[in-house]
Design a protein around this ligand. Structure first.
Ligand SMILES: Nc1nc2c(ncn2[C@@H]2O[C@H](COP(=O)(O)OP(=O)(O)OP(=O)(O)O)[C@@H](O)[C@H]2O)c(=O)[nH]1
Ligand SMILES: [Mg+2]
Length: 232
């Protein structure tokens, strides 16, 4: 694969007026990116206006679609790029350089999926880099997203579904830490009590995917580790 592969960013954003513009700016300045598409369904703040002012194409729905996965699907449909770089709208400290680094292994053909993780400090970074990846910052060919059946487009489980497509096809993943990058958590956005409730619901949905509760097999993680390259 060469650098000429077309890459669009799909950025899901619901009530992210405080951070969306900075993330659109970082994504637009990534050297591999053609266009930034922000998907805003049901925001009650100025997310869409700020994203648009920062140079994004905004796909806006008045009513909430009800799920991050469905928002991403809407963004992918709005793009005809060969590859999609997913970037959450609530990142902090994200730079064009981070996104260049995430894209590099993909455009160079070293990995089919390339992921950037937030910077949690030396010890946790070591752990996070070897866990099943849940990060929203990742580039994949568009066929990988399209390979996820519509029936499996469900909330915060979309990253696990992308992992499943990659790992079950025994494809390679590259992972790296984005030094100094972080994000706003649900606790930051909704307050401690409501944020904890939402976080609990998210992790419950993720754990329910695993056999015997769900249909994700443990071997998928083994295939992930076998195809993983950690970039430094
Ligand atoms: N358009 C849209 N965006 C969403 C929706 N749900 C989540 N997002 C966006 O997806 C990104 C990640 O969502 P978060 O709720 O922060 O989830 P997270 O970062 O995985 O989890 P935390 O660790 O709790 O922050 C943010 O940019 C959200 O605005 C949705 O239903 N629609
Ligand atoms: Mg977040």
């Amino acid at each position: 694969m060469t650098e000429r592969v077309t890459v669009d960013v799909v950025m899901p954003a619901r009530n992210e007026e405080t951070t969306v513009a900075a993330n659109v700016a970082a994504a637009r300045a990534c050297r591999f990116v053609r266009e930034v598409i922000v998907v805003d369904d049901g925001s009650s703040d100025a997310t869409a206006e700020r994203a648009s002012a920062a140079g994004a194409k905004v796909v806006r729905r008045e009513a909430a679609l009800g799920s991050k996965a469905l928002a991403l699907a809407l963004g992918v449909v709005a793009s005809d790029a060969e590859a999609i770089l997913f970037v959450d709208a609530d990142c902090t400290g994200l730079t064009p350089g981070h996104l260049d680094q995430v894209c590099q292994p993909f455009v160079a053909g070293r990995a089919t999926m390339s992921i950037g993780f937030f910077d949690y400090g030396r010890f946790w970074n070591w752990v996070v880099l070897r866990c099943p990846p849940l990060s929203g910052e990742r580039i994949v060919p568009r066929w990988v997203f399209e390979a996820v059946p519509t029936s499996k487009l469900d909330g915060y489980t979309i990253e696990v579904r992308l992992n499943e497509v990659i790992c079950e096809a025994r494809l390679r993943t590259s992972a790296r830490i984005m030094d100094g990058a972080q994000h706003r958590t649900k606790r930051d956005k909704a307050g401690r009590r409501e944020g904890m409730r939402q976080t609990w619901r998210m992790y419950k949905a993720l754990v329910s995917l695993l056999v015997p509760l769900g249909d994700i097999r443990w071997r998928t993680y083994w295939f992930y580790l076998r195809g993983l390259t950690i970039e430094r």
